[in-house]
Design a protein around this ligand. Sequence first.
Ligand code: ADP
Ligand code: ADP
Ligand code: ZN
Length: 214
Amino acid sequence: MRIILLGPPGAGKGTQAANIVEKYAIPHISTGDIFRKNIKEGTELGKKAKEYMDQGLLVPDELTCGLVADRISQDDCKNGFMLDGFPRNIAQAEQLDKYLSEAGTKLDKIVNIEVDKSILVGRAVGRRICKSCGATFHVEFNPTKVEGICDKCGAELHQRADDNEETVSKRIQVYLDETKPLVGYYNKQGIVADINGDQAIEKVFADIVDALGE
Ligand code: ADP
Ligand code: ADP
Ligand code: ZN
């Protein structure tokens, strides 16, 4: 199964991704995670990506499309994958379609998680992520048992550098301008499943499973 997770910052893509990859046994490919790993390791790619990420802007396509093509050409993606945070604009979607058709395959489903703009900022600003295993929590909506400590592995939590009110607002605007048009793009292919993301985490996941099939 080849899936794309679409939705504004804070919609719950990463949270649902963890459930989806477990159920469907496909790799989770998050371009945001790949960039953050590069920043942490101090690579050239990381240095360039950080300039854009700190401002809430999209990293240029030249730095993004090639790395996704490389990743999905690896062996573990043969039977499917889930892209989270890619594509982010029409040009990226077109490049992905071209790559997949050359490889003789295509996308199965776009999981489009919809959440009203008014609640997105609070979601992203309260987000906390495990430094070690990457699990995502929320100070209010999905709190850990012990404050600041990951429920899954016991490591410390941290806050993403770009999860402040100003950058989040910018990212939401960038989503509306550049990424949301992808819903229309994929609707033409008839593969979009709209999911109400303003429900309990478990209910959102149940709706996703309904859309993808058991
Ligand atoms: P995205 O990857 O789309 O930016 P995340 O999955 O990281 O979103 O979720 C953003 C924040 O909102 C996290 O702190 C997460 O714990 C919380 N969250 C995710 N889904 C829900 C939900 N259905 N209801 C309330 N909070 C949620
Ligand atoms: P969120 O789902 O909360 O918006 P992500 O982790 O997906 O966060 O993305 C964080 C940042 O990484 C984005 O604001 C952008 O700067 C960069 N980024 C991630 N994926 C892409 C992409 N496909 N194209 C361009 N920039 C990207
Ligand atoms: Zn952890």
